[in-house]
Design a protein around this ligand. Structure first.
Ligand code: SAH
Length: 381
C-alpha cells in the first residue's frame, strides 16, 4: 500500500500556548487539597468534606453541598470546583446502554466520552487530549490534529460525571457503579503523560481521595510511544496496557500508525513485553480490521509468530466508518479466518463489539464536531 503520503507526527504540544483550565480539586491529591483549603483560611477537614461529595457521592455541583456554610461553599467552589465540562449534547443508542457525551471545555475546545453498560460492568471511555497529534489515517480524531492536552481534572471529571449518570440508574440492565475506565477516547494518553498518570492515581485512590476503582479495571491505550511505555512500566501502577498495533510489519504500520516511523514494530513490542513482565498484566494488542489493507492471511500468520508465547491478547476491531474514509471493514469471513490463524498460533483473540457506531461513539469515530448530524435515539439537548 503506497497510496498515502507518510504523515509527520506531532509529538509535542502545539506551538500556540494552549489555554489550560483553572485548577480543580481533582488535580490535587488529598494532601494538596488540604493545603489549599488551609491557604484559604478554612479548616483542613473541609477538603475531605468536599472530596466526599465529589468522589464519594459523585456530586459535582457545589450548590448541592448543603452541609457547607454558604460563604465557605462559595469560596471553596471557586477554588476547588470550577466548571470544567459543559455538556453540549448527549446521544444514546443500544437501548440506552451506550451514551456519548460531548463537552465544551473552558476555552471552547470540544471533547467526547462514551459510557457503555454491560450486564456485569459499566465502562467509560474517556479523552486525554482535545484532538490528537498522532495522525492515524483511519481515525476521525487523528484527522483534525491536536488542540491541547487536557488537565488531570478535565480527564477525571469525565469519569465522575458519567459515574453519576450510571449511578442514577440511567443504564438499564447494568450495575449502577462505574467499574472500568478505558483511555480510548480522543487523544494519545501517553503524549499527555504526567496528567494522565495523575488522573489514573485519582481514579484508583479510595474515596474520598479518589474514585476507588481497581487498577486492573483501567486500560491505557497507546499508539506506541516507547519511552512512555517504559516509564509507565516503572510506576507503581498495574493498569492494563493496550497497544494499537494494526499491522505486524513496518511497511504497512508506517502508514497506518505514523509514529511507527519513529519506533518500529519490534521496538514497540519489546517495550510491551517489558511492561507485561514488570506488571504481570497481559497486554492487549488492538488491530482494526481494514479490508484488503491489513487483513491478509499472511499478516495473521506474521502477527501470530510475533505474539506466540507472549503475555498478550489480540482484540480485533472491525473498522468503524469515519467521514471521508475510503476504507471499509473486513468482510466477516476474512475476519473469521484471521481469528482462526491467530488462535492456531496459540494467541488468544477476540473481536471487539461495535458499541456506539450509530452515534459515532465507537473506536476512531470521536471527532467532537458540534452539530454533526448523526442522530441517535434518546437525544437530549
Ligand atoms: N491514541 C490511543 C487512544 C485511542 S484508542 C491509541 O491509538 O491507542 C482508540 C482505538 O481505536 C485505537 O486502537 C485506534 O487505533 C482504534 N481506531 C481508530 N480509528 C478506528 C476506526 N475507524 N475503526 C476502528 N478502530 C479505530
Amino acid at each position: 500500500m503506497t497510496s498515502l503520503p507518510l504523515t509527520p507526527v506531532n509529538l509535542d504540544a502545539p506551538a500556540r500556548r494552549a489555554a489550560m483550565p483553572p485548577q480543580h480539586l481533582a488535580d490535587l491529591d488529598l494532601a494538596g487539597r488540604q493545603a489549599l483549603v488551609a491557604e484559604l483560611g478554612e479548616p483542613r477537614f473541609r477538603a475531605r468534606q468536599v472530596s466526599t461529595h465529589y468522589f464519594g457521592r459523585l456530586v459535582r455541583d457545589p450548590r448541592q453541598m448543603t452541609d457547607l456554610p454558604a460563604a465557605t461553599r462559595d469560596k471553596l467552589a471557586e477554588r476547588l470546583l470550577p466548571t470544567l465540562l459543559t455538556p453540549v449534547r448527549e446521544l444514546a443508542c443500544d437501548d440506552g446502554a451506550t451514551r456519548k457525551a460531548l463537552w465544551r471545555l473552558h476555552d471552547g475546545s470540544l471533547v467526547e466520552s462514551v459510557l457503555m453498560g454491560y450486564p456485569d460492568r459499566v465502562t467509560v471511555c474517556i479523552s486525554s487530549q482535545a484532538g490528537c497529534g498522532m495522525a492515524c489515517p483511519f481515525c476521525a480524531t487523528g484527522q483534525a490534529g491536536l488542540t491541547r492536552n487536557l488537565s488531570t481534572a478535565e480527564i477525571v471529571d469525565q469519569a465522575v460525571y458519567l459515574a453519576g449518570v450510571a449511578a442514577s440508574g440511567a443504564v438499564a440492565g447494568s450495575p449502577p457503579r462505574l467499574s472500568h475506565v478505558v483511555f480510548m477516547g480522543m487523544g494519545e494518553p501517553l503524549a499527555n503523560y504526567n496528567r494522565v498518570v495523575a488522573a489514573i492515581r485519582r481514579l484508583v485512590a479510595p474515596a474520598p481521595e479518589g474514585l476507588g476503582l481497581s487498577q486492573r479495571h483501567i486500560t491505557v491505550s497507546t499508539v506506541g510511544l516507547v519511552p512512555a511505555i517504559r516509564r509507565l512500566a516503572s510506576e507503581d501502577l498495574s493498569v492494563t496496557l493496550a497497544l494499537s498495533l494494526h499491522a505486524p510489519d513496518d511497511e504497512l504500520r508506517d502508514e497506518l500508525v505514523p509514529v511507527n516511523q519513529r519506533w518500529k514494530v519490534s521496538e514497540v513490542l519489546e517495550a510491551a513485553w517489558e511492561y507485561a513482565a514488570r506488571t504481570g498484566r497481559r497486554v492487549s494488542i488492538e488491530y482494526a480490521m481494514i479490508k484488503d489493507v491489513n487483513d491478509q492471511p499472511w499478516r495473521a500468520d506474521l502477527l501470530g509468530r510475533l505474539l506466540a508465547g507472549k503475555l498478550a491478547h489480540v482484540n480485533l476491531i472491525p473498522l468503524n466508518p469515519t467521514p471521508g474514509s475510503r476504507w471499509d471493514a473486513s468482510p466477516k469471513p476474512v475476519e473469521r479466518e484471521f481469528v482462526r490463524r491467530l488462535r492456531d498460533a496459540g494467541v488468544s483473540t477476540t473481536v471487539r463489539d461495535t458499541r456506539g457506531r450509530e452515534i459515532d461513539g465507537a473506536c476512531g469515530q470521536l471527532a467532537a464536531a458540534e452539530g454533526s448530524e448523526t442522530v441517535g435515539t434518546g437525544e437530549t439537548p
